[in-house]
Design a protein around this ligand. Structure first.
Ligand code: FES
Length: 136
């Protein structure tokens, strides 16, 4: 039987030059959202889950950085996270960290490595509320 909480096979993420310096991109893998940021010619990736309340960090597609593009910023309550470590440096979840997505780099091509644990599939609250209304 297959463990659905483990990424079974490697997934291509991007090439370094797909992103400009201090640019982010997002994607969905196995129904989980993640994002990646190019910073100092490396790519860092995290699951798109804020440790404060478990919500996605962004409201606007591919927008994850603060105005200076030096930190990852949660759009909900403004927590700031180090791009290189995912560590929260300011905000309501100070001391917590984003959950990293393990990557493999081969000649500037980045892959999401197989065998790593996957976070829970997010609940679609809007769809759930609409389904609840239909049942009433
Ligand atoms: S949900 Fe991210 S800072 Fe509150």
């Amino acid at each position: 039987m297959t463990d659905t909480n483990i990424l079974q096979s490697e997934v291509p993420l991007c090439e370094l030059n797909d992103l400009q310096e201090q640019q982010a991109t997002e994607m969905v893998v196995e129904q989980r959202q993640l994002f990646a940021v190019r910073y100092n010619d490396c790519v860092y990736a995290y699951w798109n889950i804020c440790p404060h309340m478990g919500s996605p960090l962004n409201w606007v597609p591919n927008q994850f950085l603060d105005i200076n593009k030096e930190s990852i910023q949660c759009a909900l309550h403004g927590a700031l996270f180090e791009i290189k470590t995912g560590q929260c440096t300011m905000g309501p979840c100070y001391g917590d960290a984003l959950q990293p997505v393990k990557l493999r780099c081969d000649k500037h091509q980045y892959f999401i490595t197989a065998g790593q644990p996957l976070p829970p599939i997010p609940v679609n609250l809007r769809a759930q509320a609409l389904a609840d209304l239909d049942r009433e």
